[in-house]
Write a protein that binds this ligand. Structure first.
Ligand code: ZN
Length: 358
């Protein structure tokens, strides 16, 4: 009896050492059992070999039956798992229109675990998470607003994230631009951002554009994405993004801030909401809206607004809740007050024609 168990153990061990597949090793042990049973049945009682292998076939038949039950249970379990996989809602539709999205939008076990807190949200769930994975989002500016927006888009599993900026990381940025690091001072911001996002989530693709968003490239670049997050600090860039995105029917999550106050909205004339130029037909006087370098800005403020941009992005992409279309949220950090104001398309807007429909 013990002799047979020792032989089985030795076979398993040698098989493991030689790298034989598990299945082959089980087969070998199965053959050993059958051989032992044969010895029990064929050889006469009292034969030394029969004595050494346990005298009676009953015990071996019992072991064989037990193994059979375990095997059947395992088969049943894999069948149930395969059925569950076939009905898994995270397997998305394959409606991709270009070859640039990450190959395959199904999730491995590690990713399922990573996004588990999204999966249990009724408004996102498996389909929403798959949608995020297929999504292509462009972030304009890797500064104060771009920093948290990029980090949260990456963490949330937005599959393809473009980021355009022509600045390099400076020491004075680090009071608020938390995506960068002291060790990366002097590095182009887009590469610093790429390093941070990839380090946070290796399952997303970051596409850095180390240049200024100009008239020449805006159309080609923006038409490659389905959603733009505008965290730029220059009025020219903001109007350019608005114009090109409106022409392409691409929604823009736009935010801006000064000192202690921030504002955010979703500009989406293709879906009846106003565009940026509807609400701000002329650029603010630079004397009234000085850049952060002159006026100063509270460090966590772009953190709040940039995180809100990521929130709106997830909502726009998954269709969860009500995005900030036709509304602007104002946040006054100094007095801890928020306000939401309704916005309407402006008749005669040169960009969207008053959102056409209205
Ligand atoms: Zn407009």
């Amino acid at each position: 009896m013990i002799l047979v168990l020792l032989m089985a153990g030795a076979m398993w061990g040698i098989g493991a050492a030689m790298g034989t597949p598990r299945q082959a090793r089980w087969t070998m042990i199965g053959l050993l059992l059958v051989a032992v049973l044969a010895v029990q049945v064929v050889l006469p009682a009292g034969h030394p070999l029969r004595e050494a292998t346990g005298r009676s076939p009953a015990l071996w038949l019992l072991i064989l039956a037990g193994a059979g039950v375990v095997w059947l249970y395992g088969q049943g379990l894999s069948w149930v798992r395969a059925e569950a996989r076939a009905r898994d809602p995270v397997t998305p539709d394959t409606g991709m229109t270009d070859g640039l999205a990450p190959a395959g939008s199904t999730f491995g076990a590690v990713e399922l675990q990573r996004y588990a807190r999204h999966m249990v949200l009724r408004e996102i769930g498996g389909p929403g998470q798959a949608r995020l994975k297929r999504a292509r989002v462009l972030v304009v500016g890797a500064g104060g607003l771009g920093a948290p927006a990029l980090l949260y888009l990456g963490a949330a599993g937005v599959g393809t994230i473009g980021v355009i900026d022509d600045d390099v990381v400076e020491g004075s940025n680090l009071q608020r631009q938390v995506i960068h690091a002291d060790a990366r001072i002097g590095m182009p911001k887009v590469f610093s951002a790429q390093a941070a996002v990839s380090g946070l989530n290796p399952f997303v693709t970051v596409r850095p554009y180390n240049r200024r968003l100009t008239e020449e490239i805006a159309d080609e670049l923006i038409s490659d994405y389905e959603l733009v997050l505008d965290g730029s600090d220059s009025p020219e860039t903001r109007y350019l993004v608005n114009r090109v995105a409106a022409a392409r029917g691409v929604p823009v999550v736009g935010a801006a801030l000064t000192q202690w106050e921030g504002q955010i909205s979703v500009w989406d004339p293709a879906r009846g909401a106003p565009c940026y130029e509807c609400v701000f037909p002329v650029a603010a006087d630079p004397a009234l809206a000085p850049p952060c370098a002159e006026a100063g800005v509270l460090g966590p403020l772009p953190g709040v607004l940039g995180a809100m941009m990521a929130v709106e992005a997830v909502k726009v992409l998954t269709g969860a809740g009500e995005a900030l279309r036709g509304r602007m949220l104002l946040y006054d950090a100094l007095y801890a007050e928020t306000r939401s104001i309704a916005l309407a398309p402006r008749a005669g807007c040169p960009v969207c024609g008053g959102a056409r429909a209205s």
